[in-house]
Design a binder for this molecule. Sequence first.
Ligand SMILES: NC(=O)c1ccc[n+]([C@@H]2O[C@H](COP(=O)([O-])OP(=O)(O)OC[C@H]3O[C@@H](n4cnc5c(N)ncnc54)[C@H](OP(=O)(O)O)[C@@H]3O)[C@@H](O)[C@H]2O)c1
Length: 176
Amino acid sequence: MTNFAYVATSLDGFIATPDDGLDWLSDVPNPDQSDFGFAEFMATIDAVVMGRRTFEKVLTFETWPYTKPVCVLSRTLRRPPDSPAGAVTLARGAPRRIVADLARRGYENLYVDGGRTIQGFLREDLIDELIITRMPVVLGRGIPLFGPLEHVLRFEHRRTEVYHDALVKSFYRRAR
Ligand SMILES: NC(=O)c1ccc[n+]([C@@H]2O[C@H](COP(=O)([O-])OP(=O)(O)OC[C@H]3O[C@@H](n4cnc5c(N)ncnc54)[C@H](OP(=O)(O)O)[C@@H]3O)[C@@H](O)[C@H]2O)c1
């Protein structure tokens, strides 16, 4: 069982501008339309667990990016939201319980997405792999990837890939 966070950040650690803007993610020219390893990563996971705010942003994309079942976390949504890929499931509560419930349904390797959602998982030490792609931009303000933690969490660097001499994608594994 592995929980992954797979995110792109600015150099100063933001995952979106304050108004949820993601245009800065496509500032680097990408003539061959590379997905920078996203499909390969998607093949390794069983389900996506994302915060309600990330889900709402993804609904504005032209294409649905996921090939695996999606579980949206929310305390405000009353029923599972629809998505272009069909119904998604809805969950709430302590991340540890959410992970256990999904494992019982056969979803063991999870892609955890959304800033506050990842922070909630980190607070319970439930992120095993951090895959962070740093974009060459300082946003100055925005939605942060990380937040306060009760304990220091150490990670081991596994490898780093550089795309187009610009995007720096680093793979870290929780040192337990
Ligand atoms: N750069 C990237 O790679 C990347 C990746 C993902 C997202 N983003 C961007 O990040 C922004 C969204 O991140 P965010 O930090 O604002 O929010 P988020 O984590 O996507 O969503 C936060 C919401 O998720 C729900 N939630 C989280 N944990 C929960 C739990 N344990 N139980 C029940 N509900 C839970 C709550 O929804 P309710 O308020 O409904 O209770 C909470 O308000 C968007 O702009 C998105 O586009 C960027």
